[in-house]
Design a protein around this ligand. Structure first.
Ligand code: ADP
Ligand code: MG
Length: 683
């Protein structure tokens, strides 16, 4: 049960002034349903406005607020905007431009001679100062000089969002302090409520931002520590086979394992043989042979008389894994089943899993539904892209007599610190060596202005009988309105190559998405326009070209992973990174790094460093962030301290009963680690 003191934070947003059902639905699009979600919806930047007396004090490109007098008006004409001509207090002219269907109405509100305060960005147009769509107000109206900019959605303005956050801030209760007083003092951190108020109002509130990041990390590390303790109390089961099946699978392979694969396998088998339940990451670039290592670990598990399960992110990938495993286990006693939620023979399959007629069950999250009972689940392998956290780990611990061993496969090279933060743990096996015969992907950076040339190049590629991926960033409502960039691009490419272009993006129905990918995989479609990595997580050897649009908006590790999708067919492969006209110094440097090296780890580390030096508010990674308040750079900086702190706290007060323990419980609930708190009772 959640402590009562948190009730105001977990109340629905509809209790706030202004928030009715319509607004609530808009907020929900941003993942905001409760007061707490609004508080955790941090600004991505701040808008600064200079209060200027004279136009002469303002530099072009700067946002400013000026007192002016209207001296003339020109209605909109064709593509020319409606204009209000004004002068500042010195008589210097400034033109206010209004575009679109409302232009004349907006400009027409103010007659000649009216005195106004106008706020907007001053730019030079044909050599003369102008403001496009300025805010207008009476001359004496107060103008904020610093305003937060929160991520927005259609139908929710910046000012409105700031007001809503303000309402939410008024409801923050006094909470007990969970950070050790000495630590707080040393860092000069404000208390939780103050920190929240500052991060929403003050661009320079680094201490406040750090404190909140630390809170989030501490909650995560406490939760992991509790889960680990519970697993230890329940002793894992050592898995030791006699080597028969493993040997049979290995001798039938048409190649030998790389040294990195041998090393990873030995590390995993060693963990499996131990008493404690394993939690290990298996990291390696796409194509480095993770699946094979995992398959051998599963073979060893079956050899020891237990079952294994492999969790895939999509049905298509589940079926692909099933086919791979069946081929590998051919001629051995290992029986593979696949459960994705829509099999006809489901009752039969479930009985086989319960009775041990199936040794390895592959599937989507359906394989962990309550209705699926394992006879003896010894090892769970989790393929990349899955949200794996405390709650999942606890769920697995309930799925078996003893907590099963867990192996998480990931192609995203996660630096040690981030692995610790996300998985509460740093046992990592790395496949840092590619199977022989892979050629590095020829990566080039091209300005978006040369789009026509790029399309022509793709055309030549298709004419040679190859296939291509075209990746677009997912929709950013703030800047792009409602049309998904991938949708627009697919339309354009379809006009060019009718019937040969498929589209997949995150907001399509899963079945539709998989059908589109199937068509690409079978070669019926020749170009696949896609948003993120999830959608291109399919092995298509004939696809040897990838175009990534607005590459500067992707994380480097993500781009590296994306390009790993091409070049699996043995021949040369190319990745074209299209960048906007002004990607910025850091973006350019980051992309150049990608072009220069093929080492996923070097890329991830350097990316973190580059972002660390140049990190502005709001340069979070694209894709689903692991944390809501802590940026990667903050994780890097604070995770060690949070981990040590959590460990110490649990050592001293295992039941979290003392005063600081009570506060820590509040913290755990605040970050929705309820499952971890429940271990306190069961443990
Ligand atoms: P990952 O899961 O890391 O993306 P996969 O396990 O899918 O990589 O391996 C990619 C391809 O390389 C597969 O076709 C696999 O059979 C092959 N492969 C794996 N290990 C080796 C090896 N040691 N030598 C040659 N080919 C290998
Ligand atoms: Mg794979």
């Amino acid at each position: 049960m959640r402590p009562e003191v948190l009730n105001p934070l977990f109340a629905p947003v509809t209790i706030l002034p202004e928030v009715g059902p319509v607004l609530a639905r808009r907020l929900e699009r941003l993942g905001i349903t409760r007061v707490r979600d609004l508080l955790f919806h941090l600004p991505t930047g701040f808008l600064r406005t200079r209060l200027a007396d004279r136009l002469a004090d303002v530099t072009p490109g700067e946002r400013a607020s000026l007192a002016v007098t209207v001296v003339g008006r020109t209605p909109a004409q064709g593509r020319a905007p409606a204009r209000l001509e004004v002068v500042d207090t010195q008589g210097q002219p400034l033109s206010l431009a209004f575009f679109g269907p409302q232009a004349d109405r907006l400009a027409g509100r103010h007659g000649v001679g009216t005195r106004l305060r106008v706020t907007g960005t001053v730019e030079l147009f044909q050599g003369r100062p102008r403001m496009v769509h300025p805010d207008t107000a009476p001359p004496q109206a107060p103008v904020p000089t610093v305003e937060p900019v929160h991520p927005l959605t259609e139908g929710l303005s910046r000012r409105q969002m700031a007001r809503l956050v303000g309402h939410a801030l008024e409801r923050v209760p006094r909470l007990p302090e969970w950070i050790e007083p000495a630590q707080r003092q040393r860092q000069g951190w404000p208390d939780f409520a103050q920190a929240l108020r500052r991060v929403h109002a003050d661009p320079d509130a680094q201490a406040a931002r750090d404190r909140l990041a630390y809170d989030e990390l501490l909650a995560g590390q406490l939760a992991w520590a509790l889960v680990r303790r519970q697993a230890r109390q329940r002793r894992g089961r050592p898995i030791v086979g006699d080597g028969r099946i493993l040997a049979a699978v290995r001798t039938r392979l048409p190649f030998t394992l790389t040294a990195a694969q041998e090393r990873a396998l030995a590390e995993i088998l060693n963990d499996l043989a131990g008493e404690a339940a394993m939690l290990r990451l298996l990291q390696g670039d796409v194509g480095s042979g993770k699946t094979l290592v995992a398959a051998l670990a599963m073979a060893a598990t079956v050899e020891a008389g237990a079952q294994a399960a492999l969790l895939a992110p999509t049905e298509l990938l589940a079926r692909q894994h099933r086919a791979t495993l069946e081929a590998l286990f051919q001629g051995t006693p290992v029986r593979v089943g696949c459960l994705t939620g829509r099999e006809a023979g489901r009752p039969f399959l479930l009985r086989a899993v319960a009775e041990g007629g199936i040794d390895v069950l592959v599937g989507t999250h359906a394989i962990f539904q309550d209705s699926v009972v394992y006879r003896d689940l010894g090892l769970v392998v989790i393929d990349e892209q899955h949200r794996f956290g405390v709650a999942q780990r606890l769920m697995l611990q309930r799925k078996a007599w003893v907590p099963p061993h867990v192996l998480v496969m990931t192609a995203t090279p996660i630096p040690r610190t981030l692995a610790l933060a996300r998985f509460g743990h740093t046992a990592v096996s790395v496949l840092d060596e590619k199977p022989p015969g892979r050629t590095p992907v020829d990566t080039r950076i091209i300005a978006l202005g040369r789009l026509e040339e790029v399309v022509a190049g793709v055309g030549r590629h298709l004419a040679r009988g190859h296939q291509a991926y075209w990746v677009c960033p997912a929709l950013d409502r703030e800047t792009e309105g409602l049309a998904e960039p991938a949708v627009r691009r697919a339309e354009m490419l379809r006009a060019r190559w009718p019937g040969r272009v498929e589209l997949v993006h995150g907001r399509m129905a899963a079945a539709q998405r998989e059908a589109a990918m199937d068509r690409f995989r079978r070669g019926e479609a020749r170009v696949l326009v896609a948003t993120t990595v999830i959608e291109v997580g399919v092995d298509v050897p004939a696809a040897s070209l990838m175009v990534v649009e607005q590459a500067e908006r992707f994380g480097l590790a993500q781009l590296h992973q994306l390009r790993g999708r091409v070049g699996r067919g043995g021949g040369p492969a190319t990745c074209l990174l299209l960048v906007g006209d002004h990607p910025g110094e850091i973006a350019r440097e980051r992309l150049a790094l990608l072009r220069a090296t093929d080492d996923g780890f070097a890329i991830a580390e350097a990316d973190l460093r580059l972002r660390g030096t140049g990190e502005l508010l709001g340069t979070r990674q694209a894709g689903e962030p692991a944390f809501r308040l802590a940026s990667d750079v903050q994780v890097h900086r604070w995770i060690g301290a949070a981990e040590a702190d959590a460990r110490l706290l649990i050592e001293r007060d295992g039941g979290l009963d003392g005063p600081r323990g009570e506060a820590a419980r509040v913290l755990l609930h605040l970050f929705e680690k309820d499952a971890a708190v429940r271990t306190l009772r069961s443990g």
